[in-house]
Design a protein around this ligand. Structure first.
Ligand SMILES: C[S@@+](CC[C@H](N)C(=O)[O-])C[C@H]1O[C@@H](n2cnc3c(N)ncnc32)[C@H](O)[C@@H]1O
Length: 336
C-alpha cells in the first residue's frame, strides 16, 4: 500500500493549502499525522488507512447505521448514478439547477470549502477555479474514487467519512456545500451541528436538495421511494421547510434563503438512474432545446403566486453567525 507521504494529497505537495491540517480524528478530535500509508491520531493510536489511490478511510469503524446503509447502496449504484449524469437532457436541466445554486452562493466566501456527501464532487466541479482548496467527504468509496480521478490533488482532497461525525477540524472552512446529500441523512440535527462546527464564524452553508413541501411530490415520492431499487425509503427523506429551518437554527445557524426550483420538467427529464424510461430521451433529436424550454417553463411555474414552495428541489443558504452577531439576542440577529 502506498504511504500518505507518497500520495499527491500529501503535506509536501500541497502548495496553497495544507489539506491534512483540515482533518481530525472523528473520535478523539485531534489532528492527524501521516505515517506509512495511514493517518494516525497520536494520543489514542487510532489508525486510518489510506487507499492506494490516496483516499483516507475514516468511517470503517465509526459510522452511523444510516451511513452504513447508504455506503452499501452507493457503492452498488455508483456507476449507474454517474452514467445518468452524462445524458444530454440531464446535463441541460442541471444547468438550470446549477445556476440557482450559484446564485444562492453569491454572498459566500469561497476560500476553503468542504463538500459533504460529495459523491463525485458536484459542487467542486462548479467551484473548481473559484476556491483555494476543498475537502470532499462521502461514505461511498466508489463515489469518492470517481471524484478523486477528476480533480487536482494539490487543491482537492477526498476522504471517506460519515456526515454526522465529520473528520474535519472546527472552524476551518469558509463555506460548506451539500448537493443532494442532506436528504440521505436522517439525523439532521447531528448533521447541521457538524456543519456549524466546521464552518468559520461568518461562513456559509449552501445546499440543493429534493424538497416535498408540495403535496403532489410528497405523494409521488412516497410511492417511488418504496418501489425503486435505486432508492432507499428508510434512509432517504426529502426536505420540508418546516422541519429544516428550526433544526438549522437549533444548530446555531441563521437560515437566509429557501428557493424551490423544478416542476414537471424535472419529473420527466431528471433521475434517469431511477426513471429508466427517460434514458431513451437521449436519442430524441433536439432534446437539449426541449430541456431548456422545460427548465424555463418550470422556473415560471414556481415563481407564480402561491407556488413558491412547490418546486421539486430547494436551494438554500444559512450562515454561521460571526462571534459579534452570536452575542446578540436571536430576535436582533434575525432582524439584521
Ligand atoms: C444523491 S448522491 C449526491 C452526490 C453528489 N452531489 C454528486 O452528484 O456527485 C448522495 C451522496 O451522499 C452520500 N452519503 C449518504 N449518506 C452519507 C453519510 N451519512 N455520510 C457521508 N456521505 C453520505 C452517498 O454516498 C452519495 O454519494
Amino acid at each position: 500500500m502506498s504511504t500518505v507521504s507518497q500520495q499527491p494529497q500529501s503535506r509536501s505537495r500541497s502548495k496553497s493549502i495544507d489539506l491534512i491540517e483540515l482533518l481530525q480524528c472523528p473520535v478523539s478530535h485531534e489532528a492527524l499525522t501521516p505515517e506509512d500509508g495511514a493517518l494516525i491520531a497520536e494520543s489514542t493510536g487510532e489508525r486510518y488507512r489510506v487507499t492506494a489511490s490516496g483516499i483516507p478511510v475514516m468511517a470503517e469503524k465509526f459510522c452511523s447505521d444510516d451511513g452504513r446503509v447508504q455506503q452499501q447502496h452507493y457503492d452498488r449504484v455508483a456507476a449507474a448514478y454517474i452514467e445518468n449524469l452524462n445524458y444530454p437532457h440531464t446535463q441541460e436541466y442541471q444547468k438550470y439547477l446549477d445556476g440557482a445554486m450559484l446564485e444562492a452562493a453569491k454572498p459566500a466566501c469561497l476560500g476553503v470549502v468542504a463538500e459533504i456527501c460529495c459523491g463525485r464532487g458536484e459542487a467542486f466541479q462548479l467551484l473548481r477555479d473559484k476556491i483555494v482548496g476543498g475537502v470532499g467527504v462521502d461514505i461511498s468509496l466508489n463515489m469518492l474514487e470517481a471524484a478523486r480521478a477528476e480533480f487536482d490533488p494539490q487543491k482537492f482532497m477526498f476522504l471517506q467519512g460519515d456526515a454526522t461525525m465529520l473528520p474535519l477540524r472546527d472552524a476551518s472552512f469558509d463555506s460548506v456545500f451539500m448537493l443532494g446529500g442532506i436528504h440521505h441523512v436522517n439525523d439532521r440535527q447531528a448533521l447541521f451541528n457538524e456543519v456549524f462546527r466546521i464552518l468559520k464564524p461568518g461562513g456559509y452553508f449552501i445546499w440543493r436538495e429534493p424538497v416535498s413541501d408540495f403535496f403532489l411530490w410528497r405523494f409521488l415520492r412516497a410511492i417511488i421511494y418504496r418501489l425503486s431499487p435505486g432508492l432507499d425509503h428508510e434512509t432517504e427523506r426529502p426536505l420540508l421547510h418546516e422541519e429544516t429551518w428550526p433544526v438549522l437554527e437549533k444548530a446555531g445557524m441563521q437560515p437566509q434563503l429557501w428557493r424551490t426550483c423544478g416542476f414537471f420538467g424535472f419529473c420527466l427529464l431528471m433521475n434517469s438512474d431511477i426513471l429508466m424510461f427517460n434514458r431513451l430521451f437521449r436519442f430524441i433529436p433536439g432534446i437539449r432545446a426541449v430541456t431548456r424550454f422545460a427548465a424555463w417553463l418550470d422556473e415560471r411555474i414556481v415563481r407564480l403566486p402561491g407556488m413558491k414552495r412547490a418546486g421539486l428541489q430547494v436551494v438554500g443558504r444559512a450562515q454561521r453567525p460571526t462571534a459579534a452577531a452570536s452575542a446578540q439576542p436571536s430576535s436582533q440577529r434575525n432582524a439584521a
